[in-house]
Design a protein around this ligand. Structure first.
Ligand code: CO8
Length: 261
């Protein structure tokens, strides 16, 4: 895989660790970083060695402190719309990657950082994490999916409060309102995230993949269409070796050994 200007990539035991690496600006997302994310997620989708992706931020203070304000300051309306569309396409790509993506949120997840974390499947927070959509203090609304994904995650009323006030919430509050799956100490963050990734890797990969697709598809359609989609992918899994292995192993009272086929 190639070198990235503002991202670090480490692949270890099936986990692709992506680190946003602009610590001097608290890992703010400039256009070059969003382009890097676009390329890296294309590469991760194709890389069979990678089963689960983990995204985190460089340094101890910040996951991502938003889109880069210095780059946005002088944008025209058309440039603003194009910037939002470009980043939205990349975040949609992350959300629909056919592998689980976990955000290990090590500090500030503000604006575009909160939106990036919400495009991931699972969010594990350090106690130091802080979430918020402070865009209204800058004269703009969120533009990387925040108005949509926040409401889907925490509900309409709480999303509107966070969007209208621009307030930050700490990790405990983020957990309470459903923005976080787990909160752990800063020291434990990568270990706990790795353990969850390893557990997911030990399960049947195609089954995990179709779970992700079914949840994502289902949330965009009515319940009847969602459960119909579920029936299709459920049926499809009976054509896999892993379904035979999983059920045989259960009956033989042993651990399954999945191949992803
Ligand atoms: N963009 C650019 N630089 C940033 C950003 C950012 N989002 N956040 C922090 N930095 C820089 C600071 O300017 C500072 O640089 P320097 O050392 O050169 O002065 C450095 O990072 C360290 O930051 P601070 O000194 O401010 O650190 P503090 O600990 O005092 O404060 C905060 C940390 C609270 C995170 C503070 O930096 C802050 O409020 N940052 C901005 C947070 C924010 O408003 N984020 C939302 C940005 S807008 C956005 O994400 C919209 C996405 C959708 C766009 C739609 C397109 C049209």
């Amino acid at each position: 895989m190639r070198e990235y200007e503002n991202l670090l990539l480490k692949i270890e035991e099936g986990i692709g660790f992506v680190t946003i690496n602009r610590p001097k600006s608290l890992n703010a997302l400039n256009a070059a970083t969003v382009r890097d994310l676009d390329c890296i997620f294309d590469a991760l989708a194709q890389n069979n060695e990678v089963k689960v992706v983990v995204i985190t931020g460089s340094g101890e203070k910040s996951f991502v402190a938003g889109a880069d304000i210095t780059e946005m300051q002088s944008m025209s309306a058309i440039e603003g719309r194009n910037w939002a569309k470009m980043a939205q396409a990349v975040f949609n790509k992350i959300e629909n990657l056919p592998k689980p993506v976990i955000a290990a949120v090590n500090g500030f997840a503000l604006g575009g950082g909160c939106e990036l974390a919400m495009a991931c499947d699972i969010r594990i927070l350090s106690e130091k994490a802080k979430f918020g959509q402070p865009e209204v203090s800058l004269g703009i609304p969120p533009g990387f999916g925040g108005t949509q994904r926040l409401a889907r995650l925490v509900g309409k009323g709480r999303a509107k409060e966070l969007l209208f006030t621009g307030d930050m919430v700490d990790a405990a509050e983020a957990y309470r309102i459903g923005l976080a799956n787990k909160v752990v100490s800063a020291e434990e963050l990568i270990n706990v995230t790795t353990m969850m990734a390893q557990k997911i890797i030990s399960r049947a990969p195609i089954a995990v993949q179709v779970c992700k697709a079914a949840v994502n598809e289902g949330l965009d359609v009515d319940l009847k269409s969602g459960v119909a989609y579920e029936a299709e992918v459920f049926g499809l899994c009976f054509a896999t070796d892993d379904q035979k292995e999983g059920m045989t192993a259960f009956i033989e009272k042993r651990k399954p050994s999945f191949t992803g086929k």
